[in-house]
Design a protein around this ligand. Structure first.
Ligand code: HEM
Length: 366
């Protein structure tokens, strides 16, 4: 019971760390502390608070938060190693640990080598991967993932036969219907994977733009130098424009994924909720991106754009993983085997997917 809570705390603290890292770059504080792992010769945790002024505040606070998150991930990996029966989840813990150690070293090298673009971009990108790993661990250890998601009897009515049948039987028996399987909808699985990948590429372009100083290469928004397409080009304008085209592409894919969820899985709260959240975060992200440009990169707005970008990514990842839940050999459920037969606990012996097809075993159509 405590492990899922702790995993969620680690994931949330990773988001805080990404915001803190965003503040360091947005305030140009990356070289305010010239040494690493010490801070002006002090052991990191002994550095006096009174000396944390100006850029030193952002850089040193980032290091303290990063060390705390690193420590939490060490504890998480050990905890999973001792208490988690699923090998793939234990491995995710070790992977998160390896990633966060690499992340710390990259951060240190970034400072010692005076912020080379390639290392700074790698540091920013790996931060997103660490966040994805901690969120995946939090999801895999959650009760909903392990035992099946509660069906939403108040949700909008749509074609979702397996859910409808289970809801009726649960209502008769006066209990909550817990969905043993996720829908094995290949279209949703594919579109969700592509959406998550497109968001990740967009974030890589964002990191490249940020660390090559191309953030204001196009100074107006939504137009570019008053035109739809920039009238003149250089490498910075090209990177910046690619980020805008990327935003439009991300928007198309998020709308497609969410639209598919609303059309085919509206009663599945575990899919509907991240789909709604994804649309809200997308609107916020585009607004924050526009304000970043129009405010001349105001540092709080800019950092919120960075962390919200990470939230867009992990929300899409959660939706993608939940859409794939039926394909996981071991979800950690006590009755994992029955999940393949019974879409809603107690509802019947056959699984029907959301297009109404019958499934007798994973991936094989009856
Ligand atoms: C869904 C769409 C978007 C996503 C996921 C996204 C994500 C990101 C991320 C994660 C970064 C920072 C990368 C890092 O340093 O780690 C970034 C940078 C940036 N983004 Fe976006 N962004 C999106 C849309 C937009 C839009 C519409 C604009 C408006 C022009 C915009 C403007 C910027 C700017 C100017 C920067 C660089 C700021 C700087 O130089 O410090 N973004 N983006």
């Amino acid at each position: 019971m405590l492990l899922p809570l702790f995993a969620a705390l680690v994931a949330a603290s990773t988001a805080v760390l990404i915001f803190a890292g965003g503040l360091v770059t947005s305030t140009g504080s990356g070289l305010s502390v010239p040494d690493w792992p010490s801070t002006y010769g002090w052991f990191m945790w002994a550095f006096p608070v009174s000396k944390m002024v100006g850029g030193i505040f952002y850089e040193h606070a980032h290091r303290l938060i990063a060390s705390t998150v690193g420590f939490l991930i060490v504890v998480l990996a050990i905890w999973l190693g001792r208490a988690e029966p699923r090998r793939w989840v234990r491995r995710l813990g070790y992977l998160a640990l390896a990633a966060v150690v690499t992340q710390g070293i990259l951060g240190g090298i970034t400072v010692l080598w005076y912020l080379p673009d390639a290392i700074s971009i790698a540091h920013a990108s790996l931060a997103q991967i660490v966040f994805c790993l901690t969120v995946t661990i939090a999801l895999a250890t959650s009760t909903g993932w392990k035992s099946g998601y509660i069906a939403d009897p108040q949700g909008p009515r749509r074609i979702d036969d397996s859910v409808e049948a289970g809801l009726r039987s649960a209502k008769r028996e006066g209990r909550h219907a817990r969905l043993n399987t996720a829908p094995n909808d290949r279209t949703l699985q594919r579109v969700a994977i592509v959406t998550t990948a497109v968001i990740f590429v967009q974030i890589l372009i964002g990191a490249t733009m940020r660390h090559t100083g191309a953030g204001l290469a196009i100074p107006d928004f939504p137009l570019a130098f008053g035109d739809l397409i920039p009238p003149h080009w250089d490498s910075k304008i090209a990177i910046h424009f690619a980020h805008r085209v990327g935003a439009a592409t991300v928007a198309v894919f998020i709308i497609a994924t969410a639209g598919h969820v609303f059309a085919h899985h509206a009663r599945r709260a575990e899919l509907r909720r991240p789909a709604i959240l994804l649309l809200v975060l997308l609107a916020l992200q585009i607004t924050l991106g526009a304000l970043t440009v129009l405010s001349g990169k105001q540092f709080i707005i800019n950092s919120l754009h960075v962390v919200n970008g990470a939230l867009v990514l992990v929300t899409s990842l959660v939706l993608t993983l939940r859409a794939h839940r039926a394909r996981f050999a071991d979800t950690g459920s006590a009755d994992a085997g029955s999940a393949q037969r019974d879409p809603v606990r107690g509802a019947g012996s056959r699984t029907r997917d959301d297009q109404g097809r019958s499934w007798t075993r994973r991936g094989a159509r009856a």
